[in-house]
Design a protein around this ligand. Sequence first.
Ligand code: NI
Length: 277
Amino acid sequence: MRRWIVPVALLLSAGACAVPVHRAQTRAPAPTPSAAPSRRPVDPAELALKLAGIQPGWPRRGYPLPPPRQKIDCGKAKCVALTYDDGPGHDTARLLDILARHHARATFFLVGGMVLANADGALRRMVRDGHELGNHTWSHPQLTALSESAVRAELARTQNVIERRTGVRATLMRPPYGATDGRVAAVARRMGLAQILWNVDTLDWRDRVTPVVARRATAIKPGSIVLMHDIHRTTVDAAPRILKELTRRGFVFVTVSELYGKPLRPGVGYSERERDQ
Ligand code: NI
């Protein structure tokens, strides 16, 4: 799937800066009436948006455009996916500033109710800065205790609010408390959502001590998925230390999708990437 990623990156950057080229393409002679429909030229801008996860035909005026994916083979390079759950919250904007200063990308598993309670700004900026948005349900219930239709409703409502606010359709979900089973997996599969767990738990919700969070978040190996929560001030306070220390050790900060470098399979659970996987 690497072959997909490079053209998408090129197309996205072309869309941002190469307007004359695009105009030249739109002025190409119209196909003759006898031309087969399958030979209709593909609109590069439309294709790029589609591959970036933005719904075709979605009204994109005013929606933020994500930058190209990072081109990196995390089967070989030292990658880490930092993930932040339960937001957006009061400290999320500050976290986005810190991540931007370190040119670091992360993945945010958003709670729909929190999205509704907070201004549009954070989500739109996440998209613009290259972070990935994931679904963390509407009200953070234990999904294994709910009926199948309730699980679907929890996920669908959050899918919709993310899409309405950003134009992006999430392809990842994280079950609250990591509680999942065959039923939850089946709903996730039908909704096109991979289940993202973790292999490094900072327990930052329990131990609100910045150095402790930083120490746990840096006790990682390449391919790790680190669980944190951007609703805790102490966790956001730990971000500069985490980014500095892991940068010093040669880690690259990637989104979950970049970590795997291929579309993840809906319904399947992922908790880390093994080397050369
Ligand atoms: Ni959570």
